[in-house]
Design a protein around this ligand. Sequence first.
Ligand SMILES: C[S@@+](CC[C@H](N)C(=O)[O-])C[C@H]1O[C@@H](n2cnc3c(N)ncnc32)[C@H](O)[C@@H]1O
Length: 277
Amino acid sequence: MIASGRMGEAISVCEYVLNTNMELAANKSFLYFLATVLLRSGDPALTARCLSKVSQSAFEALPSEILAIFTELQRKQASAESSKDLSCVYSDKVYSVSEEYLKKTDDSQYLPVWKRVLALLKSINATSIVDIGCGPGQFAEFIKENLPYVHYTGVDFSSTAISQAKKRVDDKRFVFYERNVDELDSLDSFNADVFIFLEVLEHIDADRALISKLPPKSDAIFSVPDFDSFSHVRFFNSISQARERYSPMLSIKEDFEVKLSSSATIYLLYGTVKDFT
Ligand SMILES: C[S@@+](CC[C@H](N)C(=O)[O-])C[C@H]1O[C@@H](n2cnc3c(N)ncnc32)[C@H](O)[C@@H]1O
């Protein structure tokens, strides 16, 4: 993540390259950096200025994952949107081109996280779960294979994710809804005993407001990363930082560090929603 004090410098470097070096300005790595800086800046005028200097042929040569970020930037700029969250349009694009999300559950790099979640679900005798930001149904498929009695509801604002998930897990115990959870007043209507957020909260600026919509006393299981990505609004330097962020709304009961690689760790936390009534 570009530290806020460094954002001005990053913007200056981008503008300098765009104004002086056509070759570098068309380079894929530079354009990825530029897209990250513009997303983080949340400044539609800056975005318009910078995008007008990138050649059409440079855009056309980009891999679809990076092109999707620029399409999102153009959409935000056109609607003068300063939110740092990526939209459902971006998610739709990613799910229509991503191979990672089509992988079988056994081949996913997130399998160690899901195994840990499974152990937690078993230990609390979960019977009905809601998976917020469920994506195209990889975790749902894992649950179907490992918890034959559980009722599962997947929610995501990407219509592409929801239609892929429905095809992937065609079972009457599994239902999927296309919803933007930021627009819901409360999550009570989902009527579950456990709410799950896997790799979702770091994509949502108003993450704590979202947790506050959970029904009091329900269980919550969520994972957040210790690494940066252009699509992360935040990441965590330690598991205690993650505990601290969510402790005002959740009584955290257990936490786990799951290593994905030498440079990427997932913090998995389990807690109960505090009752302020
Ligand atoms: C990094 S993906 C994680 C997907 C899945 N949970 C997994 O672990 O594979 C984040 C997901 O959150 C969804 N999402 C982000 N903001 C959302 C919102 N406001 N409402 C509903 N879904 C949202 C995205 O569409 C995306 O599918």
